[in-house]
Design a protein around this ligand. Structure first.
Ligand SMILES: Nc1ncnc2c1ncn2[C@@H]1O[C@H](COP(=O)(O)OP(=O)(O)OP(=O)(O)O)[C@@H](O)[C@H]1O
Length: 321
């Protein structure tokens, strides 16, 4: 779907992309990076809107430096910032965008109705966009990117400004763009956590450099920490210590030390989850020792930890002391 080779973009004061080589296949791919990492720059180059300083990129097999218009015909784009006219309705706007992409009038109206239904805009679609909530505006932006039935959509920070419920709904919609319509997705975010659930593949960039590109399952396997808290019992007055010893014996990788729980609560044991089996093993070990399981939850790593693993290691060390 997308291939780049040593792609660089230098502005007078910053290198926004630094020799980035990527190969992105069909499905949902996340492009993760902190603000300023180079995500929007990458999208503009892929659409043929901004020339690269060095290297090359292909989208759907087309060279971005020579085939920008063809790429933009076949690819949908949802920009990061608000760009919607306030005084027209969603229907009018999306029909207009469909016509701009070359669809005949009837097809444009039909596709608009289907697409707005897909993104969950119903009666509101006839009201002026100016009165919409942020979530509704994001849905209109998504609809206009999908209306001409592209092979691929590039979504720039589609969850920006949404509350947790709106964010989950948007992520569900994005997932269905691929599963229901077979349209591949490249979605950017500065939150790794939200992409873990939505994407098949995740690419992490920092300061324009590629930090990592791997399937989500590989990613989560190595960045997943389980936090486990147990009660003590008469037989095991130090329940956490007893569990630590038993899990170590069973071959589980445990973090050094323990994390303090809330005031009045116990200690929290941190361990690496190798997969579903670890959850079962912890549950069975806790039951076998006769302890009560207070919590077992997956720790979400912060994006900064993935960007700078050595900083994360230090952080873990400090916490463990
Ligand atoms: N036209 C421009 N001229 C000069 N510098 C630019 C230009 N566009 C982007 N940059 C710089 O390039 C770097 C990457 O910017 P980019 O917008 O691609 O980041 P981003 O990952 O999309 O972040 P954000 O989500 O904050 O937009 C930043 O340091 C930015 O200031």
């Amino acid at each position: 779907m997308i291939a780049t080779e040593s792609l660089s973009k230098r502005f007078p004061r910053v290198t926004a992309l630094d020799r980035l080589s990527l190969d992105i296949g069909p499905g949902v791919t996340g492009l993760v990076g902190a603000n300023g990492a180079g995500k929007s720059t990458m999208i503009k180059i892929l659409l043929g809107l901004s020339p690269a300083t060095e290297g090359r990129a292909e989208v759907l097999g087309l060279d971005v430096s020579t085939h920008g218009p063809e790429i933009r015909e076949r690819v949908g784009y949802m920009p990061e910032h608000d760009c919607l006219p306030p005084d027209v309705s969603a229907t009018e706007f999306v029909v207009h965008m469909a016509r701009m992409s070359g669809l005949p009038a009837t097809a444009a109206r039909e596709r608009t109705a289907d697409t707005l239904r897909h993104v969950g805009l119903y009666e509101e679609r006839y009201r002026p966009i100016g009165g919409y909530s942020t979530g509704m505006k994001q849905r209109v932006k998504l609809a206009q990117a999908l209306v001409h039935d592209p092979k691929l959509v590039l979504l720039d920070e589609p969850t920006n400004g949404l509350d947790p419920v709106g964010r989950d709904e948007m992520l569900g919609l994005i997932r269905r763009v691929w599963t229901d319509f077979g349209i591949s997705v490249l979605v950017t975010s500065h939150l790794l956590g939200e992409l873990e659930r939505t994407c098949d593949h995740v690419v992490v960039i920092d300061g324009g450099k590629l930090l990592r590109s791997s399937s989500t399952s590989d990613f989560t396997r190595t960045t997943t920490t389980l936090a486990v808290e147990v009660t003590d019992s008469d037989a095991h007055p130090d329940g956490t210590g007893a569990l630590r010893a038993a899990l170590a014996e069973a071959g589980v990788t445990l973090h050094e030390g323990v994390e303090e729980g809330l005031p009045g609560a116990g200690h929290i044991l941190l361990l690496e989850a190798a997969g579903e089996e670890t959850y079962d093993l912890v549950r069975d070990t806790v039951a076998g020792l006769g302890l009560g399981l207070v919590r077992m939850e997956q720790r979400r790593h912060h994006i900064a930890e993935v960007f700078r693993p050595e900083a994360a290691a230090q952080h873990e060390e400090v916490k463990a002391r």
